[in-house]
Design a protein around this ligand. Structure first.
Ligand SMILES: [Zn+2]
Length: 82
């Protein structure tokens, strides 16, 4: 798991989880809405675990966009799209 995959999973997990929570929150099947919330929390949790600088291991700010350079050590982060 590298920081790019972690970032991607966060983006997907948050939106998918949110969509599930909203859609099924409006229905009678509320446990699936709960699953959506778990997906959101899980995607945030893995981001805290893996979304960090590959050079100095400093965690990035998960609420901001993916940086081009590590704010801590200045390590150049690859910017190709995954
Ligand atoms: Zn760094």
């Amino acid at each position: 798991m590298d920081y790019k995959k972690s970032y991607l999973i966060k983006e997907i997990g948050l939106w998918v989880g949110l969509a599930i929570a909203i859609i099924f929150g409006l229905t009678e099947i509320e446990w699936i809405a709960f699953v959506g919330v778990v997906i959101m929390l899980g995607s945030i949790f893995q981001t805290c675990m893996y979304y960090k600088c590959p050079n100095c291991n400093k965690p990035f700010n998960i609420r901001s966009k993916k940086p081009n350079y590590c704010p801590e050590c200045g390590y150049k982060l690859e910017d190709e799209d995954v």
